[in-house]
Design a protein around this ligand. Sequence first.
Ligand code: CP
Ligand code: NVA
Length: 312
Amino acid sequence: MKGKDFLSVADLSSEDIRLIISNAIEMKAEGWSTLLSEKVLVLVFEKPSLRTRVSFEIAMRQLGGYAVYLSPAEVGLGKREATADVAQVLTRYADAIAARTFSHETVETLAKYAGVPVINALSDLEHPCQALADLLTIYEKKGTLEGLTLAFVGDGNNVSQSLMLAAALTGVNFRIASPSGYRVKQSIWDLAHELASDSGAEIFCTEEPSLAVRGADIVYTDVWASMGQEAEAPERRKIFAGYQVNERLVSLAKADAILMHPLPAHHGEEVAENILSGAQSVVLDQAENRLHLQKALLAGMLGGLEIPLSNY
Ligand code: CP
Ligand code: NVA
């Protein structure tokens, strides 16, 4: 993991993921350390962020390092300055770059030209940091990953694509209900099946939300229109109208099922208000775990932390 880029969940092996989760649990209990003293992370964001920005900045601080944030207005990737040039300049200052981009190609270009590891902090294709933090939350709530069933209801977007790969790698059965035309990309679907052949995870796609949710351990949803798709929001609201996660739908899942959402949420749209703030919702644990998981990820990528902390 040390020195490598993290652009997709599939850049990691199932062993890497298990190690990161175990280190994150340890770091959550331990709090602050000096594992990354004198290390610098630069955050280059083309889109807004609450959780990702704040959790990465605080993660670096809690590890003894430092973070510099470049806002959408400041960056101008490919506009004010060629993406390749930005990558090469930042390499002279930073030990790693975390980038939030519209196009996945932009984060790939940064990785190609940067001489330091690049982390995908969300692109149109994937949100791998979210997926890893979600596995940590699931593990904490359920005590295992293998054999669980996660039902994603909604858009085949960056969040669901990373989750599908993460589930396939770690043996979580993954069902996704999306309207036709809004399914996950074929390349992600194919890759997930390839990864699932090792872990034994079952991957299933339907247009019918109740088929996905019936008997599930985890019900997961995300916004219907992602950042950059705002103009499509009215049309998407109509197309996704039958995909709201509400009491009726959640009642089909297991009685102890948890409700997950990466946030920000559109209350009462993709998820009913009483479900989002209800007893089964773990959305704030998910948000908190972004911090702990990213500390373990950064320690692995920058500090060469390869064995669980408890073995030191
Ligand atoms: N879940 C998530 O990535 O949130 P932000 O867009 O606020 O970073
Ligand atoms: N799918 C959403 C996730 C935000 C964290 C988006 O890309 O806007």
